[in-house]
Design a binder for this molecule. Structure first.
Ligand SMILES: Cc1ncc(COP(=O)(O)O)c(C=O)c1O
Length: 483
């Protein structure tokens, strides 16, 4: 960092360099750098950057224009009540857990829930009951099935809530009808992390959304799929809990200086989707279908599609998520050089997110770039770090370790970073997440069993990549000190 001068503004200059490349963006945010809806195109950002003046309402106690904008959003998304989130779905997920679960109460959730869920567990003190996630070919995460959740419900009938992620990052949605039924039978809250699925309700070709299945709380990142400014999001409520309870929690979590430009974009994208959403998706879907067909005919290219889903799992796919299997890092690098930026690259795939405003030209550019890449270096697989066929069982067979303390108890206990062998039978403060598939093998509060230690050591020896704990790839992990 030495040599930096006060005359430079590295972030601004970096963003300018990026913008001047004029990339085609196949990533979040959905607006793709074009101001949508059009009211935002010519706005003067400082003119709208206001505060809670008497006529401008107050996000934390809305009675005027913010209350009206939220009421319109509720009607548009099929909710009883909607809150604008200026701290992303992250704050909504934390709020949903805090509003439904108190210290020590159980919540059933997928093993690979977003990290906001861990924050929600720490804030609330809730006790997680983790449910295993279906995986494709050992290294590609799908989602949770109703039967896996049912097993957890039978073992823990006193749980307060079931939380699911639908769709997940890769676009795999769960059987929400089945899960709603299960939750209702046991009088549990149903919370849906629908961060990636705010567009689902605007077209019948998309998987069933949380509103349709009468979720109790669902959270949507409007910046991810609807074109709002980052990190604008919505928290929607069904019949319970009460808006007052949730508002009280949100008041603790959200900034006391909510951004009016952000809230304004939440209001405008709602109006735009209410008026034009269906029509937009009607025009886009045939283009996407055509792009998929063209990609499908590229020699050696494997595209993630519905045919790869387990037949009885009740999963469905978001057509606007394109996963292409192959050597992800090389493929993404090649595309970047062609001016195409993708959402995510892993060792064995890339994920492209199609903006609702994508044009035929955008999609043709992607298809051409990918086809050229495959012509150039085929679907070559990475050698280092890529789970080989025989690595795939390494984590799949590991049972979820026993939970000794809640994440909150673990978070607030004194800890020490130790070599893996010394961590055996101690309680983890950190997570260990092999990536891919991104499903934790260890989470805070769980016992570091001998099996876990052996699997981590084997993974390090094979050069696989582990996330979650800063020192884990060099064989160290943070565990709780013994009292
Ligand atoms: C599944 C899932 N849930 C929640 C979030 C958090 O959303 P936000 O970025 O709006 O805070 C993300 C973010 O990537 C996510 O992937």
């Amino acid at each position: 960092m030495s040599g930096l001068k006060q005359t430079s503004a590295p972030l601004y200059e970096g963003l300018r360099r990026h913008i001047e490349r004029k990339p085609s963006s196949f990533h979040i945010p959905a607006h793709g750098g074009k101001a949508v809806p059009e009211e935002l195109c010519s706005w003067e950002i400082f003119a709208y950057d206001l505060t809670e003046l008497p006529s401008l309402d107050d996000l934390h106690a809305p009675t005027g224009i913010i209350a009206e904008a939220q009421a319109l959003a509720a009607a548009c998304f099929g909710a009883q009540h909607t809150f604008f989130l200026v701290n992303g779905s992250t704050s909504g997920i934390i709020a949903a857990i805090m509003a439904t679960c108190s210290e020590g109460e159980k919540i059933i959730l997928p093993r690979n829930a977003h990290r906001a869920v861990m924050a929600g567990l720490i804030h609330s003190g809730a006790r997680p009951v983790y449910v295993p996630v279906e995986v494709l070919d050992g290294d590609f995460p799908l989602n949770v099935t109703v039967s896996a959740l049912e097993e957890a419900v039978v073992r823990h009938p006193e749980s307060r809530a079931i939380l699911v992620t639908s769709p997940n990052y890769e676009g795999v949605a769960v059987d929400l009808h089945g899960i709603r039924e299960l939750a209702s039978r046991q009088e549990m809250f149903l919370i849906v992390d629908e961060a990636h699925g705010a567009h689902f309700s605007f077209h019948p070709h998309f998987p069933t959304g949380a509103a349709h299945c009468r979720a109790d709380i669902w959270v949507q990142s409007a910046h991810k799929t609807l074109g709002a400014l980052t990190p604008g999001a919505y928290l929607h409520l069904g019949n319970k809990p009460s808006p007052e309870e949730v508002l009280f929690v949100l008041q603790q979590l959200q900034t006391s200086s909510p951004s009016y430009p952000l809230m304004l974009s939440l209001d405008l994208v709602r109006r735009d989707w209410a008026l034009r959403g269906r029509q937009r998706l009607d025009s886009l879907l045939p283009l996407v279908e055509e792009a998929r067909e063209k990609l499908g005919s590229v020699s050696g290219l494997k595209l993630f599609d519905e045919g790869m889903l387990p037949p009885d799992a009740g999963f469905a796919l978001d057509p606007l998520r394109l996963t292409i299997f192959g050597e992800g890092f090389a493929l993404a690098r090649y595309l970047r050089h062609q001016g195409i930026d993708v959402e995510m690259e892993t060792l064995n795939s890339i994920l492209c997110i199609i903006s609702p405003w994508a044009t035929k030209e955008d999609l043709d550019r992607l298809v051409r770039g990918v086809a050229n890449a495959f012509k150039k270096f085929g679907c070559k697989q990475a050698s280092k770090g890529m789970p080989a066929v025989d690595d795939r069982g390494l984590f799949a067979a590991l049972p979820i370790p026993p939970l000794q303390l809640t994440p909150r108890q673990a978070f607030y206990s004194p800890s020490v970073r130790v070599p893996l062998q010394e961590a055996r039978e101690k309680i983890a403060k950190e997570a260990v997440i092999p990536f891919p598939p991104g499903i934790p093998i260890l989470l805070p509060g769980e016992v570091v069993t001998a099996d876990i230690v052996a699997a981590i050591e084997e993974a390090i020896a094979r050069g696989l990549h582990l996330q979650g704990a800063p020192g884990i790839n060099s064989g160290k992990i943070c565990v709780l000190k013994e009292s």
